[in-house]
Ligand binder design. Structure first.
Ligand code: LLP
Length: 431
């Protein structure tokens, strides 16, 4: 996984740093990122566009993992940034990210959030619904501001992990439906408002997708509509944003294609479609989250108690769980793991990794092959870089772990571990 390897002490290392040392220095649970791998992924996406000579923006979907350092890393790599809340926007601004390269998403942005976005003159607002058109128009009038917008459309394609299904009328809380005239109605409204500079369209068909078919179908439906709208409204989109959702390999069973391959396929399709319809080739924007940071992150835990249910299974508990990685309980997500302090020991046990939360569903991995584990081993769970820290919570009042960036043998703390003081910081006593 990534640049994890085994060093000459026989320990798992990441970014050239010994994981056992990291656990000792920063404590556990601990999220550790291989920074070089994030850079490599970012460059892969950008290169795929450059190779085909297409104007593009690769916007990191910061919901996957947003912290000041991560946002700064995204900027260093020349990425744009997708934010979906005032909190993510605030993080970006606090990190000094160029507002002109921030895109703001969400199906229920509040007045305050929209005002914040306009005050910071961010690059573009992805308008999701009729209510928002009105709200945004009002705010722009009050502030005498003009904003770049994309219209989010639902093309009627629902992508699932391994396949996709056509859903004619997509039942989704996001966006304007492309099939039933909603998108057209929205476009008509926004085109005549002088507060809006309509850059183009956006769609996002799903997450952890393993095939390009869904993206190509979505592109086709949208480009066909664009041809209709050019004739109807003399509207030519400058931007086509096809969202994120490129799948990654969590376990041996997953077989994603290279992230950059999705991009090449999408570009070829859009080029050929726009050619056929004599449309201007739009800029292509994408919003990868998971595929930029997912496999670059690991979580280190300390092993603790164990329990054997004779003839059934052996449970081994770690010092974290659904509070730092809710994905197994929420989506039955699968992960792989090794003992970081002795990854080469012969595997002779099957154990199920339990979290420490008061909930039977708090299981991280079922039936994991491991060397016979002891107390205080270090368990490294792979591929926890996306939607791990970002979905972490304080269930059972467990403090959230620290985050470390590892690169070239150097470890840097980028998020401090929460303390018990932090846990009660906002609490007020009974009066
Ligand atoms: N763009 C939009 C509009 C999105 O809604 C999303 C994800 C992305 C981009 C980034 O998708 P990615 O490339 O990361 O797949 N919590 C779930 C994932 C939720 C994704 C929501 N939207 C999980 O842990 O799997």
């Amino acid at each position: 996984y990534g640049t994890t390897g085994i060093n000459n002490q026989g320990h798992l290392e990441i970014g050239g740093v010994d994981t056992v040392q990291l656990a000792k220095e920063f404590g556990t649970p601990l999220y550790v990122y291989d920074v070089a791998l994030i850079r490599e992924r970012a460059r892969g996406f950008k290169k795929a566009f450059e190779e085909q000579n297409v104007k593009a923006q690769v916007a990191y979907a910061s919901k996957a993992f947003s912290t000041v350092a991560m946002v700064q890393l995204a900027e260093e790599e020349g990425l744009s940034l997708d934010v979906v809340s005032g909190g993510e926007l605030y993080t970006a601004i606090a990190a000094g990210f160029n507002p002109a390269k921030i895109h703001f998403h969400g199906n229920n942005k509040s007045r305050e959030e929209l005002e914040m976005a306009i005050d910071h003159q961010i690059g573009c607002i992805v308008v999701d619904n009729f209510f928002e058109i009105e709200l945004l128009k009002t705010i722009c009038q009050e502030k005498n501001a003009k904003v770049n917008i994309l219209l989010r459309v639902t093309p009627g394609i629902e992508a699932h992990t391994h396949d996709y299904i056509l859903t004619g009328q997509e039942d989704s809380k996001f966006g304007f439906d492309l099939q039933n005239g909603q998108a057209e109605k929205a476009l008509k409204i926004v085109l005549k408002e002088k507060q809006f500079n309509v850059l183009g369209l956006h769609c996002h068909i799903g997450s952890q997708i393993f095939e390009t078919t869904g993206f190509l179908l979505a592109a086709k439906k949208i480009v066909n509509k664009l041809a209709e709208w050019r004739d109807q409204f003399s509207f030519e989109a400058e931007v086509l944003n096809l969202g994120g959702g490129f799948g990654i390999r969590y376990t041996k069973e997953d077989e994603p294609i290279q992230p950059s391959q999705y991009v090449s396929d999408i570009i070829k399709e859009v080029k050929s479609l726009t050619n056929q319809l004599s449309l201007k080739m739009p800029e292509i924007w994408i919003e990868p989250g998971r595929s930029l940071v997912g496999d670059a992150g690991i979580t280190l835990y300390k092993t603790g108690s164990s329990k054997e249910v004779p003839g059934v299974r052996k449970y081994l508990a770690v010092d974290g769980g659904m509070s730092d990685n809710i994905r197994p309980s929420l989506y039955q997500a699968k992960y792989e793991a090794v003992l970081a302090n002795r990854p080469l020991d012969p595997v002779n046990e099957t154990v199920s990794i339990a979290g420490k939360c008061c909930e039977s569903g708090d299981m991280l991995i079922w039936d994991l092959p491991l060397p016979e584990p002891g107390y205080d081993d270090i368990l490294a769970v792979f591929c926890t870089g996306a939607y791990g820290y970002s979905m972490a919570n304080n269930y059972n009042r467990i403090p959230r772990p620290a985050v470390v960036f590892a690169e070239n043998g150097q470890a840097t703390l980028v998020v401090k571990r929460e303390t018990y003081e932090d846990i009660v910081r906002l609490d007020l006593p009974l009066t």
